[in-house]
Design a protein around this ligand. Structure first.
Ligand code: UDP
Length: 238
């Protein structure tokens, strides 16, 4: 297909939980393979893609803190979890012939590159999929904020937030059958109504830099390509 892309350079945010697939914990490789296939297809269509993957399928800082760990220490474990997910995605993408680089906000030179903004930009220009690991490298933040920051640093046209539902609803559609989906919603309304699709710090960063967030469903076949072409079901926050 040759129609022009609405968004040429994008950051795709996947939660760690998305990688669990049908499981309750960890990394389900067939599920990662499905995501990788979609990413490869988007790249073939001409998109420049970078990724941020969460760590909630392995460890969340808040969960550790709830059990008595020091929060900052638990957050370090959460950041390490995101590195594991990044390495899994890198392996699977490369097995599908997609060139990739992992850049971590916490230096781990033996297993991936350190985060260097200008080098990451160069990778993207060369058509490599850059996977940003370890969030922003600081405790008390989440990978949503990491995604927003890297999205802006990479001069992306949009942040694509892949979720279990096909957009932002007036209420949780699983709990409220009268909930309706927004086609578009303003950053400010999202924040004011406390519609929790992303952390408020991530949304504020996107608002301040005027880059749209597109919330779409990972469950539908072809949804990533649809979003890139500006079609299909989703919600645009702008
Ligand atoms: N984390 C952090 N700083 C960051 C990004 C992540 O401390 O900049 C930690 C935090 O403990 C978080 C965990 O890493 O709970 C996993 O990330 P997140 O909860 O955002 O993953 P997701 O919900 O997307 O799976």
């Amino acid at each position: 297909e040759t129609s022009p892309l609405k968004y040429k350079r994008v950051l795709l945010k996947l939660s760690g939980e998305a990688l669990m697939g049908p499981g309750q914990f960890g990394i389900d490789i067939p599920t990662v393979e499905q995501f990788a296939k979609a990413i490869a297809g988007a790249r073939t269509a001409g998109a420049e893609i970078c990724l941020v993957i969460g760590g909630g399928n392995i460890f969340r800082g808040m969960a550790g803190a709830a059990k008595g760990m020091e929060r900052a220490q638990a957050d370090s474990m959460g950041m390490l979890a995101t590195v594991m997910n990044a390495l899994a995605m890198q392996s699977v993408l490369e097995s599908q012939g997609v060139p990739t680089r992992v850049q971590s906000a916490i230096n781990m030179d033996q297993i991936c590159e350190p985060y260097i903004r200008r080098r990451a930009q160069r990778h993207m220009e060369k058509g490599r999929v850059v996977i940003f690991a370890a969030g922003i490298g600081n405790p008390f933040f989440t990978t949503d904020t990491g995604a927003a920051l890297r999205c802006i640093e990479m001069n992306c046209d949009a942040l694509l937030k892949g979720t279990q539902v096909d957009g932002v609803y007036t209420a949780d559609p699983k709990l409220d059958s009268t909930a309706t989906r927004y086609e578009k919603v303003a950053y400010q309304e999202l924040l004011a109504k406390d519609l929790r699709v992303m952390d408020s710090s991530a949304v504020s960063l996107m608002r301040d830099n005027n880059v749209p967030i597109v919330v779409f469903s990972l469950k539908e076949e072809g949804s990533l390509l649809n979003v890139l072409h500006g079609r299909g079901t989703s919600t645009t926050i702008s």
